[in-house]
Design a binder for this molecule. Structure first.
Ligand code: 5AD
Ligand code: FES
Length: 348
């Protein structure tokens, strides 16, 4: 079954569900994930400097610690100069991609975002800029792209409409999330999407739908991580997602999307001390060390017990380098664009 998945980059729904749920084929699945990542990317691990520039958010996702309804969250915003300073520091540390991530914060107008993006590109012409600011209009996305943004991360969170509605307030809709992803593709971004593993009410069938949606979208980047509880959300009593299922999904994603950029996420590193290394060993090929100022790190609290909140950018960078190398891989110093996807996802 795993050979067939590797050859065809696809399996039937029942077979995919079986691979997610069973222990039995796990070893072979993990080995195949690593083999396919090596075929396409060798031992290279791409790094992205993550700048969490605002934890204000107008949305109220039921799982998220920075939801508008969490009055216990202490809010912050970084101004353009702070963001540019983080990029300057990151450049010295070898980052050639900067990811500007934040809650959905209307304080940052299109003009402000465009100004920040074009200034980063002016200072660091050899770098890629990735935005991750949630849902905006087609026109806003286009303006960001025209001012130099290269990539956009927007997880679909769950492809099942019914499940989406259980995770989000009525003001948010699965249709509008998917519309945004198609808009981003049409404009020309390298698009990243993804989903949480083990979020409340999620079934294995929902996870199969996530894979099917990604097959339609054909994103360049796919970010997944376990759902993690935050004590100040309505989902406080739901358990964390499973490390094992998350690792199986990373391996499955690698076999279905051989070319994709798949991060070993902070959530994976939070659920287990060696979670990110395990992610790399089954098919992930990206890590995203934190470049945010230490003073605000703790405040970007999507979930409890988030790692790396006390470390300076340089410490995070070196810590990850050690971890990547100990796991048998090597950090690559360049923009780390996706290898172009051919028909049916074959790297060319
Ligand atoms: N646990 C795990 N991941 C979360 N995210 C948000 N809240 C949580 C949580 N409680 C993820 C979402 C979002 C990304 C930035 O972080 O998938 O898209
Ligand atoms: Fe901010 Fe969900 S709470 S996007």
């Amino acid at each position: 079954m795993i050979d067939r998945l590797r050859r065809n980059m696809d399996l039937g729904d029942g077979e995919l569900a079986f691979l997610m749920e069973t222990d039995e084929r796990e070893r072979d699945l993990f080995e195949a994930g690593d083999a396919v990542r090596r075929e396409n990317y060798g031992v290279d691990v791409y790094i992205r400097g993550l700048i969490e520039f605002t934890n204000h958010c107008k949305n109220d996702c039921l799982y998220c610690g920075i939801r508008a309804g969490n009055s216990r969250a202490k809010r912050y915003r970084l101004d353009a100069d702070r963001i540019l300073a983080c990029c300057g520091e990151g450049y010295e540390l070898g980052f050639r991609t900067f990811v500007l991530q934040g809650g959905e914060d209307p304080h940052y107008t299109d003009g402000m975002i465009c100004g920040i993006v074009s200034e980063i590109k002016r200072n660091h012409g050899d770098c890629a800029v990735t935005l991750s600011l949630g849902e905006r209009s087609f026109e806003s996305y286009r303006a960001f792209f025209e001012s130099g943004a290269d990539r956009y991360l927007l997880r679909h969170e769950t492809a099942s409409d019914e499940h989406y509605r259980r995770l989000h307030p009525r003001s948010m809709s699965p249709g509008s999330r998917k519309r945004c992803l198609w808009d981003l593709k049409e404009i020309g971004y390298q698009v990243g999407s993804g989903f949480m593993v083990g979020s409340p009410y999620q079934t294995t069938e929902d996870l199969v739908s996530d894979l099917r949606f990604l097959q339609e979208l054909q994103p360049s980047m796919i970010g997944i991580g376990p759902y993690l509880t935050h004590k100040d959300t309505p989902f406080r009593d739901f358990p964390n997602g499973s490390l094992k299922v998350c690792l199986r999904l990373i391996a499955i994603l690698r076999l279905m999307f051989p070319y994709a950029l798949i991060p070993a996420t902070t959530a994976l590193g939070t659920i287990a001390p060696d979670g990110r290394e395990l992610g790399l060993s089954v098919g992930a090929n990206v890590v995203m060390p934190n470049l945010s100022p230490v003073a605000v790190r703790r405040l970007y609290g999507l979930y409890d017990n988030k790692i790396c909140t006390g470390d300076e950018a340089a410490e995070c960078r070196m810590c990850l380098q050690r971890r990547v190398e100990a796991a048998g891989y090597r950090i690559a110093i360049h923009r780390g664009d996706v290898k172009k996807a051919g028909p049916r996802g074959v790297a060319v």
